[in-house]
Each structure stands twice: as C-alpha cells, then as structure tokens.
Design a binder for this molecule. Structure first.
Ligand code: ARG
Length: 560
C-alpha cells in the first residue's frame, strides 16, 4: 500500500492538494519517532498559524484507525505510526503471491531501452577495467526488463582501427596458426604487445598497408581479422557466461563502416562540417568544448564518427526511449561531444542519450597496471576469487555438498557485488578478503542469509507447515517488514538513476534486518500463530533477497 497517499488523503489543508501533502511526508530518521512525518512549517503562511498549532489541529482532525494507529504532534511535526500488523499482512500477502515477480512491474511496457555495455576491444585483453561496464550494464539490462521495458543489450565491439593492421603484421612475422589456435586471446595479445615493443619502422609501414587491405576488402587480411575476432569473442563469451551477461547485438564499430558517409553528408548539408588543418570537424567552441573530429586529413573516420552513425542506426532500428552508454568517466567529453553534435543535427531524441559513467576499479595488491603487457585480466580476478571462496567455504562448512558449485556462485558473486555495491561513479579498490567476508556488506553475507532462510523453511516443510498467521509484529519483525516493503522502490530507483547499487544496498539492509529477526525471534519453536507468521516472513525475505541478487546477476546457493 502507498502509505503516503493513504495518509495524505486523510488530511485536509485548504488550498493544498493531497499530492502536495504526500510529497511533503517524510520518513523520520529514528523509527521511534514514527513511520511518517509531516513538517508543518510550510503551511504556516497559508494558514496564518504557527507550525505547532497546525500540527496540533491536524492531529485532532486525523481519523486514527485503519492503517494509521496513532497520530501525534511534536514541535511542528505531525507524526504517524502505521498499524504494523496490517502493514505486515499486506506486504507478506503481496510478496507471497508475486514471488519471483515481487518488485517487477509493467511500467515500461512499450518502451525500448538500448544499453551499450562491456563493448570489448577485439584482440585486446579483457581486463579488470571492463568489470564495471560489464556487470553494471548486465544489471541495468535485467532491471529494465523487470520493469516491463524491452532492454536491448549492445556490445559495441572495438573492431575497427589501425591496430588490426599491426596485429596481422605481427602474426605474419612471428606467429603461426597452431600457436594462436592454442593460445587464443593470450597468444594474440602477446603478438600485439611484441609489435608495440619491437616493431621496426619497416613493419609499421607494413602494418598500415595491412590495415588498408582490410579496409579495401582483401580476402586474406579479412580472413585473418575475422579469425582474431572469433577467438576474442569465444573467449569473452566464456566470461560472460560466468557473470550471467547476455547481449542482443554485437554490432561493433566496423558495422558502421558503410553508415558513416550519410552522416558526413548530413553534417555538410546542415552546414555543420568545417575544415580545419585538412581535417573535417564540427566546431563546438560556443558550447565550451573542443571540436568534434569527424574525418582525419587522410579521410579516415574516427571513434566519434562511428558513434554518431551508431546512435542514428539505433534510433532507426529500435526506436529507443532511452539509449544508455555504460562507459568509464574518462569518456565524458567524448559523449558530451557526440550528443551535442546530434543535437545540432536536430535529432530531437539526442536528449534521450545517456552516458552512464562509472569510476575505476583497482586491486588492493597494486593498482591495475596499464604498462605494455602488464594488465590484470578479469578472468584471473574471477578465478582467484572463486579459489578463495572455496577455501572460506571449506573452512566454514567442510561437510557441504557440491562445494565447487557454491564457491563458483560465491566467488563470482563477490566480484560482481564489489563493482555494484557503491555509487557507480566512485573509484573502487577491490579486496578479495573484504569481498569474501561473511560479516561485511557483501554478497556472501546476503547469500548466506538466503541459505539460512531456506534451511528454516526446509525444516518447517519437513514438519508440515502452515503460513499466514497474523500477529502484532515485534520491533525486529516490523523492521524487516518495512525493509521488504521498500524493495519495489529500490528497483525503481535503480532504474531511474542507473544505479544498481540501490538494489545492492537493499539486499544488505534486508539481510541485516532478517538476521536480527532470526536472532530475536524463535521461528520453529514459536506458538502456532507466531510460527506461521514468522515462516511467512522468512519466505518473503527469501523471495525479496533472491530477486535482488538475481537482478544483480548473482547466483543464490541453496545451501552454504
Ligand atoms: N570499446 C570502447 C573502449 O574500450 C568502449 C565503447 C563504448 N561504446 C561506445 N558506443 N562508444 O573504450
């Protein structure tokens, strides 16, 4: 139930609408003060009375009963205590009937949201720097779908550029098919690094020629390029599988090769294209930005040119309501420029393009090194985390069946959660030990709470179990109910602010409330009505926590 609405509709202030009253209702920081409060200072002018007198009068007029148990006036605030029993009944009924759809809605029906994320670079390492874009994008993808939107996941592959000429050249000089076939992405990367370290002037020239050959459709050069692309994609897909990441489109930069000329023509037609030192640019000086480079003096297109073509293509293909770019904040300027150019081209939908920027992830044991060849591969971070998770689980519960499977969910979950728990723009230092602590604000803590809830329910099921009992909840039960009630709002906030951390925070808060309830209240040994109520509460918590973790892309082990 929307309690703000409920309360607002029962308060009458001349000249102030119920909507306005609902907007002014807040949640007091200390639950002891009440569940909702209306500050009356705002109304003093209209009513020509002191806030204290207004609160007093409104309190006397308020029809206590129904969902509101008590109204009190304190220092100009009108405080409300809602009927916890009724709230609990209503929230539990909702969760137990909606189950894995609790928190879902159809508010996005008919609207498409394109999400550009992960966007790997072919033949380059898939490193820790790609973690955030991958898991943030994956979470947003699920969140928007959960809210009824149609999400389109796009991997805007970095598969265009002179580096592929270099790679072919390196392969021709130093590589062989067997080794590359065997070593996959690592072998390709080694060749690329070797080129950057050792290429002679002569080889640089050759590399440019190979790039030209790719561009002009030469069969051998293109076959090699496609092969490198295959190898990279089959490699990253194994990691996407682990992280529960999917895409609807792998249309990368190369896909726009034949779609850029129309953009250039349109820019020219609209008088936006300027010549500068032989290059073609769009001048953005009056918007306080450097020019957006469209064509280099040799006629070659740029990253921005391809993004302009891609945005137009996506609008035409998907008719998106929003198009999100989950890309590091280092590209802030790039996206500001691209969005501005589209705006200048009179694309009224330019306002629907959103750069979802995020901060950097580094490791505790030495920041991510970007020196040539010294990168931390995401694969290794995941592997190490799963290994450590295995050790932690083995120590806690050596008798556990399928430890390896649980360790996989716990380890992968910890890596994902590490990138999703904080506000996305913050830089993160990932610590294996902290991420795998059972006592912190971690995914393991939430997963363990789920296993605990499930184990209670299983025991109850074995003994035969009734649910739905209605009692007046104690403080820790009421706090858990309130937390559970907040899940749909957390999902909506996550979508509105492109901030999956809202859901991660919910999960930790809800797990903490569950564990307090678990310690404070007997469940299986309680009297009949209490037992039934507490089992319903346990089941509801398990649904809400499972839904939260699932939206984040984190698996929920049955036992831990
Ligand atoms: N491949 C790019 C990089 O690694 C990210 C691409 C982001 N998407 C886009 N449409 N520009 O920096």
């Amino acid at each position: 139930m929307d309690y703000k609405r409920y309360i607002a509709e029962r308060i009458r202030i001349d000249g102030v609408s119920a909507d306005e009253i609902a907007e002014n209702l807040s949640v007091p920081p200390d639950p002891a003060m009440g569940d909702y409060a209306l500050p009356c200072f705002k109304f003093a002018k209209i009513l020509r009375k002191s806030p204290v007198a207004i609160a007093e009068q409104l309190k006397n007029e308020f029809p206590v009963g129904g969902a509101v148990e008590e109204a009190s006036a304190v220092n100009g605030y009108l405080n409300f205590r809602i009927d916890k029993k009724q709230l609990a009944e209503e929230v539990l009924e909702r969760i137990l009937s909606q189950k894995d759809r609790y928190g879902a809605s159809d508010e996005g029906a008919g609207k498409t949201v394109c999400i550009d994320y992960s966007s790997v670079n072919i033949a380059k390492p898939f490193h820790i720097g790609h973690l955030s874009t991958t898991v943030l994008g994956g979470a947003l993808y699920r969140i928007f779908n959960f809210l009824g939107y149609k999400a389109v996941g796009i991997n805007h592959l970095g598969d265009y550029g002179t580096q592929f000429g270099k790679l072919i050249c390196a392969y021709k000089h130093w590589g062989n098919r067997e080794e590359v076939e065997k070593g996959g992405i690592h072998a390709i990367n080694d060749l690329y690094v070797k080129f950057n370290n050792e290429a002679t002037e002569e080889m640089e020239k050759e590399a440019r020629e190979y790039f030209r050959l790719i561009e002009s459709g030469d069969k051998e050069a293109n076959d090699l390029f496609e092969w490198f692309k295959e190898l990279t994609l089959s490699y990253v897909k194994t990691i996407y599988d682990k992280l529960h990441i999917t895409f609807d489109s792998y249309a990368g930069e190369r896909f726009y090769t034949d779609k850029m000329q129309p953009v250039v023509d349109e820019l020219k037609e609209k008088g936006l294209l300027k010549e500068s030192e032989g290059a073609k640019i769009v001048d953005l000086e009056q918007y306080g930005m450097p020019p957006c480079l469209i064509l280099r003096s040799d006629g070659a297109s740029l990253y921005a040119t391809r993004d302009l073509a891609a945005a137009i293509y996506r609008k035409n293909t998907y008719d998106f309501y929003k198009c999100l770019y989950v890309v590091a904040y280092q590209q802030n300027l790039h996206f500001k420029q691209v969005f501005k150019v589209l705006d200048l081209m009179d694309k009224e939908w330019a306002k629907d393009l959103v750069h979802v920027a995020y901060g950097m992830v580094s490791l505790e044991d030495g920041a991510m090194s970007t020196r040539k060849g010294k990168v931390v591969w995401l694969e290794d971070v995941i592997k190490k985390c799963v290994e450590k998770a295995y050790a932690v689980i083995d120590e806690k519960n050596p008798a556990l069946e399928n430890k390896a499977e649980v360790a996989e969910k716990v380890g992968v979950g910890a890596v994902t959660f590490g990138a999703l728990y904080n506000n996305k723009i913050k830089d993160i230092v990932f610590s294996y030990d902290k991420a795998l602590s059972f006592e912190g604000e971690t995914s393991v803590y939430v997963q363990y709470t789920c296993a605990r809830a499930r184990s209670v329910l299983e025991k109850a099921a074995a003994e035969g179990y009734a649910r739905g009992g209605s009692i007046k909840p104690c403080a820790s039960e009421a706090e858990l109910v309130k937390s559970l009630d907040g899940f749909p709002a957390a999902v909506r906030a996550a979508a509105e602010n492109y901030e999956p951390s809202c859901i991660a925070r919910f999960a930790v808060d809800c797990a903490q409330k569950f564990n307090k309830f678990y310690i404070d209240c007997k469940i299986l040994q309680a009297g009949e009505a209490e037992r039934a109520f507490r089992l319903s509460l346990t089941e509801a918590a398990l649904h809400a926590l499972t839904n939260a973790l699932t939206l984040l892309g984190i698996g929920v082990p049955e036992k831990m």
